[in-house]
Structure formats: structure tokens, C-alpha cells
Write a protein that binds this ligand. Structure first.
Ligand code: SAM
Ligand code: DTB
Ligand code: SF4
Length: 316
């Protein structure tokens, strides 16, 4: 399948409607046409600035609008970042993703971020940052400092977006993605499913991603981690197979992108994760913590990879 950026919503909705085993078979076939199906890209996350975020994203434990009991931490010191990145490398990660709970960094924050990118690069790891909205100059400064990826998720469909976040709009997200792309950075952008959105919203999310001027190199599909104190703490559990469908449709519509089986793996048993890998997922977050919530133990992930015959992808 060639890479298309002109998908219609109807086409994407029709893919979601394909019987599950046929859908997974088709997605697995496309996956094999573009990637080694045993190779999984491994990223480790670190929260470099935690909590007290002015945004009101209904899923997020770090928003200052909700009482989640999360401790607030200022921007980490350089040696803390170096130590965490070094441990991630020793454990087998090839990319280190640093997350900051900001609406947008100030220019002086970019100075600090550039130093952090430098120490992670020195260790021979790929670098990724997610720090909120960027203007074109900030994106260019980060690129010039050697940053490899910038993560900025569209999160959900344009229609459902205002029910999840009121402090910024969907177009703000698109503008940052454009600045990131124009700066020559690799784009990491995906979303969250399981937020009480409809099937049509999942279609709308994948449509928005798959019709960007160029597909993101990395597409994280997160399953909501329900955190007490957030408005979505009691969200209805998304059917496992609807999650698999979301992965499969991302794979089919963005055939050359690396699709990440992202947050939510703690609630997925090995069989469900295996089905996600079959459906085209080829990246995970590795390490016991995501940003503030849990992720499977490294020993459990090593055992899973061994049982499935998967291997970590070497850094590009
Ligand atoms: N503040 C920046 C931003 O929002 O772009 C960067 C950090 S933010 C925590 C990065 C992403 O984490 C969000 O876009 C969202 O997709 C994901 N995320 C946050 N809380 C989550 C949760 N409870 N479950 C799943 N994904 C979550
Ligand atoms: C992404 O799509 N998911 C990651 C990363 N990009 C930054 C974050 C998941 C966060 C889950 C909730 C938490 O641990 O705070
Ligand atoms: Fe802030 Fe990002 Fe969490 Fe939204 S998702 S509240 S912007 S840290």
C-alpha cells in the first residue's frame, strides 16, 4: 500500500468496521511490507518537570485543575537527567523521551532543554521531548541542538477535543506540529482512546493524523490510564478489541509510521499485547514508570519479548 495523506473519514470508518480477524490480517500484512515484524522500538520516559500544569486536559494527573495528590517537581537538574538516561540505555532503550508539564516553554526554558538534549545525546541515545506548544523559533533551536523527535499528541477527534480540553484548541496542536515539521524535527503524534469518546471520534483522531501533510514518524496510541481525581477517573472501560482495531487502523492508514503501543499496557495481558504487535504496533515505552503513572516491570517486558520472539530495534 502506498502512503496516502488523502484518507476520507468514510474510508477510515469502513476500516474500523472490517471483521476483527480480517482487519488484523490486513494490518499485519501491511506491517510486514514495511518493517521487520519482530523489531520493536524501545523508548523510556522521564518526567523532567512534574505537575502544576495550567492546562485542564481531563485525562491528565498533572493538571493543576484537579486534585490527584501528585507531588509537584520543578525542572530536574542536568545530572538527574543524565543518570536516568544512562540507566535507560543500560536497560536496553534506544530513545529517551523527556516530558514537561507545561502549556508551552518560555524561551529561557528552551536553554535548559537544549542542555538536557545535549547530555542525552552524549550517551548515544535518540532524543525526544514533549513540553507543550512550540513556536517556530523554539522548534528550530531544539532541532539545531540535535533533538531528534518532538511529541505533541492530537489526543482525540477535533469534535470531541473541546469536551476534553478547554484551555487550548485543536488548531493550536496543529500549529505546533507544523512548526516542529518545518524545523526538520521528526514528529511524534498520536492520541488517547478510552476517554468515553465514540467510535466516530476514534475515526476522527486517526483521520486527523493520517491526513497531516506528512504522517508523523511515530504514532503513540495510548489507552487512557484512569487516574483518581481527574474528570475521567470513572471512564467506561474501552473494549480490548476496539483498542486493537485502533492500532490496526493506524497501521493501515500510516503504513510507514512507527505505531507505539503506548500508555495503558499495565492493564493489558500478554495475549492482548501480542495481538497489538500482530496488528502493527512496533514500539513501546519501557521502564517501570511512564511520566507519573505505572508501566510494566522491565523483567516482565523482557519475558514478554522472549516469549514472543521480539527484539529491540537498534537506534537509527
Ligand atoms: N504538556 C505537554 C503536552 O500536553 O503536550 C507534554 C506532556 S503530556 C503529559 C503528553 C501526553 O501524555 C498527552 O498529550 C497525552 O496524550 C498523554 N497522557 C497524559 N495523561 C494520560 C493518561 N492518563 N492516559 C494516557 N495518556 C495520557
Ligand atoms: C505519549 O503519547 N504517551 C506518553 C508520552 N507520549 C509523553 C505519556 C503517557 C502519560 C501517561 C500518564 C502519566 O504517566 O502521567
Ligand atoms: Fe498539562 Fe500536558 Fe497534562 Fe495537558 S497533558 S495537563 S498540557 S501536562
Amino acid at each position: 500500500m502506498s502512503v496516502r495523506t488523502d484518507w476520507t473519514r468514510d474510508e477510515i470508518a469502513a476500516l474500523f468496521d472490517v471483521p476483527l480477524l480480517d482487519l488484523v490480517f490486513r494490518a499485519a500484512s501491511v506491517h510486514r511490507a514495511h518493517f521487520d515484524p519482530q523489531a520493536v522500538q524501545i523508548s523510556t520516559l522521564l518526567s523532567i518537570k512534574t505537575g502544576a500544569c495550567p492546562e485542564d486536559c481531563a485525562y491528565c494527573p498533572q493538571s493543576a485543575h484537579f486534585k490527584t495528590g501528585l507531588g509537584v517537581e520543578r525542572l530536574l537538574a542536568l545530572n538527574e537527567v543524565r543518570n536516568s538516561a544512562s540507566a535507560a540505555k543500560a536497560a536496553g532503550a534506544t530513545r529517551f523521551c523527556m516530558g514537561a508539564a507545561w502549556r508551552a516553554p518560555r524561551d529561557k526554558d528552551i536553554d535548559r532543554l537544549i542542555e538536557m538534549v545535549g547530555v542525552v545525546r552524549e550517551l548515544g541515545l535518540e532524543t525526544c521531548l514533549t513540553a507543550g506548544m512550540l513556536n517556530p523559533e523554539q522548534a528550530q533551536r531544539l532541532r539545531d541542538a540535535g533533538l531528534d523527535y518532538y511529541n505533541h499528541n492530537l489526543d482525540t477527534s477535533p469534535e470531541f477535543y473541546p469536551q476534553i480540553i478547554s484551555t487550548r484548541c485543536f488548531q493550536d496542536r496543529l500549529d505546533t506540529l507544523q512548526a516542529v515539521r518545518d524545523a526538520g524535527l521528526n514528529v511524534c503524534s498520536g492520541g488517547i482512546v478510552g476517554m468515553n469518546e465514540s467510535r466516530a471520534d476514534r475515526v476522527g483522531l486517526i483521520h486527523a493524523l493520517a491526513t497531516l501533510p506528512a504522517h508523523p514518524e511515530s504514532v503513540p496510541i495510548n489507552r487512557l490510564v484512569k487516574v483518581s481525581g481527574t474528570p475521567l477517573q470513572d471512564a467506561e472501560e474501552l473494549d480490548d478489541f476496539e483498542f486493537v482495531r485502533s492500532i490496526a487502523v493506524a497501521r493501515l492508514t500510516m503504513p510507514r509510521s512507527v505505531v507505539r503501543l503506548s500508555a495503558g499496557r499495565e492493564t493489558m495481558d500478554p495475549s492482548l499485547q501480542a495481538l497489538c504487535f500482530l496488528a502493527g504496533a512496533n514500539s513501546i515505552f519501557y521502564g517501570e514508570k511512564l511520566l507519573t503513572t505505572g508501566n510494566p516491570e522491565v523483567t516482565a517486558d523482557r519475558a514478554l519479548f522472549a516469549r514472543l520472539g521480539l527484539k529491540g530495534l537498534e537506534a537509527a
